[in-house]
Design a protein around this ligand. Structure first.
Ligand code: G16
Length: 543
């Protein structure tokens, strides 16, 4: 074994987005593409000598090849130890959990999350810091800057190691410990939730369907729900991680998780349904013929947090991304705790969690989590809901409707226009930006505009400022239109249009969502000239 220094040249476009660097597999497998990015990460994070790195991914195509490269490079940078999930598998929340438990200096997650996989699909890589959370912008910006000046990378010429056998092997001075990907995570879940009460639910006949979408959370769900909690075998469907996710799109929303939605619509539907995404950090919660919006899910968990042993002491605060509905704000107000509004991206919650200013966090993009790790956590949300069902002895729908009756309902929807022309998307956003100054006070349909701006965020902990984080048009009754471009796509641009309307009157809580939001949809369409500029009559995905 010897360490080699290989000459290279900067590769354009290695800029991390909302969550790490995501590109087509074909791009990632070009010569030196992965090596350049990993070298830039190691150069940015500083001296790696004697440190521990956590490594794993969601099992997508190219995962195993990339793991071997990262291991050889980690050895060449002096790491003392790498904790590697068996088979190269670790869910994103499990990486966060293992970093924190072992005091690692950081971790690399090989995933493009909810993006499709396979040889023609996407691959991705993300660095997490010592608190277990995604690297903040100042680090991802520094990594990108480094990619633009890179001249060499360091790598060992050691042979591939066996990824599938638990135990230790050496590469150069570095010990690679292949660990059970589920064990540490399951232990943490047992500390947070009342496993006896949830187990009693299953023993009493509660039926659940968890859709692993052939992605990373299948083994975690099978171990925890079926083996530890006693849910009937077969409760987890599509539980085997596949390199191409079985050809599906591992993005848990009612459109992509169609098998689950079909099951939950049958006459003999299970009592509780849930799905997670490619890397196990997202969650979708479904009752019988009843979808729970992620924004409502955050608010409901926050309102009832003390049912779970891990949250008995209550919450210090709640945090949500700006486009997420204000349902959680109403709960925070009732609890007398702050609710923080951050830009999209889990990395913005890290400082609030570290400073104990927030306990629960959530995003409209099917992400919910807490201070137990520094990532959103799909199975955690499922267990929280099961703990809630056990405590309330009510159905999912009854719990949601009771919540609306108490706090009012925030009608909410997101319209995605995927794969549109990047230049047209940028022009659309600029055109709306150009109108913002003239909007306050203007009457638009039944609404009057109270505030119109491009959201910027000042982190209350370190004072860092993030600009241009999405356009908001807020009406005098609190209804909102939000527009932003996705930072996770790999083809063209994706325009996201978020719509929200608050309704206090319980007699008005049964309106179909798109109808309830019809006025706002029309206003957004006109202001942004969405059809004209995107060439689309309708969104690609409506959730
Ligand atoms: C990532 C981020 C989330 C963000 C989501 C959507 O999720 O971790 O914080 O809400 O992308 O981002 P965008 O709207 O920019 O596409 P994941 O699950 O893909 O890692």
């Amino acid at each position: 074994m010897a360490i080699q220094v290989i000459n290279t040249a900067p590769i354009a476009g290695q800029q991390p987005g909302t969550s790490g660097l995501r590109k087509k597999v074909g791009v990632f497998s070009e010569p030196q593409y992965l090596e350049n990015f990993v070298q830039s990460v190691f150069d940015t994070v500083g001296d790696c000598h004697g440190q521990t790195l956590v490594l794993g991914g969601d099992g997508r195509y190219y995962n195993r090849t990339a793991i071997q490269t990262v291991l050889r490079m980690a050895a060449a940078h002096g790491y003392a130890r790498v904790l590697l999930g068996r088979g190269g598998i670790l869910s994103t929340p499990a990486v966060s959990c293992v970093i924190r438990k072992h005091g690692a200096s950081g971790g690399l997650i090989l995933s493009a999350s909810h993006n499709p996989g396979g040889p023609d699909g996407d691959f991705g890589i993300k660095y997490n810091i010592a608190n277990g959370g995604p690297a903040p912008e100042k680090i991802t910006d520094a990594i990108f800057a480094r990619t633009k000046e890179l001249k060499q990378y360091r790598i060992s010429d050691a042979p591939d190691i066996d990824l599938d056998t638990l135990g230790e092997v050496r590469i150069e001075q570095m010990v690679v410990e292949v660990i059970d990907p589920v064990a540490h995570y399951a232990e943490l879940m047992q500390q947070l939730f009342d496993f006896d009460a949830i187990g009693a639910l299953f023993a009493g006949g509660l039926r659940i369907c968890f859709d692993g979408m052939h992605a990373v959370s299948g083994p975690y769900a099978t171990a925890i729900l079926e083996d530890m909690l006693g849910a009937p075998k077969g409760s987890v469907i599509n539980g085997l991680p596949l390199a191409d996710f079985g050809g599906g799109h591992p993005d848990p929303n009612p459109v992509n998780a169609h098998e689950l939605i079909a099951r939950m619509s049958q006459d003999d539907a299970p009592d509780f349904g849930a799905a997670s995404d490619g890397d196990g950090d997202r969650n979708m919660i479904v009752g019988r013929r009843f979808d729970v919006t992620p924004s409502d899910s955050l608010a409901i968990l926050a309102a009832n947090a003390t049912v779970a042993p891990g949250y008995r002491e209550g919450l210090t605060g709640i945090a949500r991304s700006m486009p997420t509905s204000g349902a959680a704000d109403r709960v925070a107000a009732a609890l007398g705790i702050p609710c923080f509004e951050t830009p999209t991206g889990w990395k913005f919650f890290g400082n609030l969690l570290d400073a104990d200013m927030a306990t629960l966090c959530g995003e409209e993009s099917y992400g919910t989590g807490s201070n137990h790790v520094r990532e959103k956590d799909g199975l955690w949300a499922v267990l929280f809901w099961l703990n809630l069902l056990a405590a309330k002895q009510q159905s999912v729908e009854e719990i949601v409707r009771a919540h609306w009756a108490t706090y009012g309902r925030n009608y909410y929807s997101r319209h995605d226009y995927e794969g549109i022309d990047s230049a047209a998307a940028a022009q659309l956003m600029d055109a709306v930006r150009g109108q913002l100054a003239g909007l306050p006070g203007r009457q638009l349909g039944q609404y009057t505009v109270a505030l119109a701006d491009d959201f910027s965020y000042t982190d209350p902990v370190d004072g860092s400022v993030s600009y241009k984080q999405g356009i908001r048009i807020i009406m005098t009754d609190g209804s909102r239109i939000v527009l932003r471009l996705s930072g996770t796509g790999t083809e063209g641009a994706t325009l996201r249009l978020y719509l929200e309307r608050y309704e206090a009157d319980p007699a008005q809580h049964g309106i179909p969502t798109q109808q309830a939001l019809g006025g706002l949809i029309a206003i957004a369409g006109q202001l942004a000239q969405i059809s004209e500029r995107t060439g689309r009559d309708a969104p690609t995905v409506t959730t």
